[in-house]
Design a protein around this ligand. Sequence first.
Ligand code: CAA
Length: 258
Amino acid sequence: MTDYESILVETTGRVGWITLNRPEALNALNSTLIREIVEAATAFDADPGIGAIVITGSAKAFAAGADIKEMADQGYIDMYLNDPFARWGEFGRLRTPVIAAVAGFALGGGCELAMMADLIIAADTAKFGQPEINLGVIPGIGGTQRLPRAIGKYKAADLILTGRTMGAEEAERAGLVSRIVPADDLLTEVAAVAETIASKSLPVVYAAKDALQAAQETALAEGLRFEKQAFTAAFGLDDQKEGMAAFRDKRPAEFTHR
Ligand code: CAA
């Protein structure tokens, strides 16, 4: 297992866990942390023994944003040439479903990292926001695009233009959160959800994630065409035969590809 400086990496069964571990900076996403998250996630993604990835932080902070101290003295040309957030593109293209398990602060880049996941499961202590406006910048890892798609233009504008934070309940009402759970139960609940996803047929899970992604990125007619192709392709898999035979036989499915 690779040695990492700012994350903890663990595998339980078919679930890969990435825990952000920069407590002194509330998991602020500096260049080391970004690189390590992307490397660990892409390694899990390449492993057919992994059917779900969980990304989490501490009880106090999922992540308090991009590292402000690292960015403070950068100029336009530094940001333009170095493109410090470019590697997040790889995280956004993972085929394996990702669950963000969020307790405490998920602000700025932390909220944006959660939004790159497929599910956001929040502790009742979670606080979401895009406070970049208070720093004289705007969100830079997809916040202005993913937040309105998740919660609508008007709620997103409220957060992005005022810089305020919202708690877990408001976030769930707005549609940013898949489920809220008591803080003490967060990792147990997330493990159960991750294991459930990881027990399905891996190629079918990939196809479902891909189709959900298409819903975010394409117009309806194109998305429906994409879905029809992916649905039809599932009938070429032995796991479709097994899933439907298991239903007829009133027994749990034993998928081959997992
Ligand atoms: N970058 C760098 N360091 C950070 C940080 C960040 N985003 N957030 C917290 N820290 C550091 C603090 O500087 C502090 O370090 P020191 O002890 O060395 O001073 C340590 O973490 C603990 O933080 P606080 O003492 O501030 O803790 P608190 O409980 O009083 O406050 C907080 C918590 C409200 C989250 C506050 O830390 C905060 O406002 N953080 C910044 C949030 C923010 O603005 N995020 C957006 C960043 S910009 C961005 O993300 C751009 C983008 O889209 C890519």
